[in-house]
Design a protein around this ligand. Structure first.
Ligand SMILES: [Zn+2]
Length: 172
């Protein structure tokens, strides 16, 4: 059975549930998939990430990208057996989609690059989003920023409440 975008969003939500709840930050999960070589039948999961998974006040989308870049060529060949070496993660990322439970951030006050910028810089084609970022902390313009840079933004409907409830885990 081919995985649907909602299946990948559900996996991203599983990642979000791994976050250590925080009163001052959202709990977000992200899954990075790639269809490679282009035209392959099935997207393959490259990496997953969640908020604060990597040291520092890190975000889900950036963490998934960092983890994808840590894959060795041998690991990439295992993930993409039909691709011929040399395989570069940059090329694969240009055929990748990112799923995130919440709209990628457009502003960071911590000094780290916003996730929208990281997604754009990686050359990712499509961004599937579970729910928009509410204005709890900052006014988020991530989706607009992505679209302006030519990334296709797809709002998935049906899991907004779950995505938001998990995002706000630390703040009841
Ligand atoms: Zn972010």
């Amino acid at each position: 059975m081919a995985a649907t975008p909602m299946d990948f969003l559900r996996l991203a939500l599983d990642e979000a549930r791994k976050c250590t709840p925080s009163p001052t930050a959202f709990c977000v999960g992200s899954v990075l998939t790639a269809t490679y070589p282009p035209g392959s039948a099935k997207p393959v999961i490259l990496a997953r990430g969640y908020s604060r998974e990597l040291p520092g006040n890190t975000h889900a989308e950036a963490n998934a990208l960092t983890k994808a870049r840590q894959l060795t060529e041998a690991q990439l060949l295992e993930l993409f057996p039909d691709a011929s070496p040399p395989l570069s993660i940059d090329t694969i990322l240009s055929h990748a989609d990112i799923y995130t439970t919440m709209e990628p951030c457009s502003i960071r006050t911590s000094g780290l690059a916003p996730c929208a910028d990281a997604v754009i810089a990686a050359g990712i084609k499509r961004c599937f989003i579970g729910v928009g970022e509410p204005d709890d902390f900052v006014n988020c313009e991530g989706a607009r920023k992505l679209k302006d840079a030519g990334v296709e933004v797809i709002w998935l409907s049906g899991m907004e409440k779950e995505c938001l409830d998990v995002a706000r885990m630390g703040r009841e």
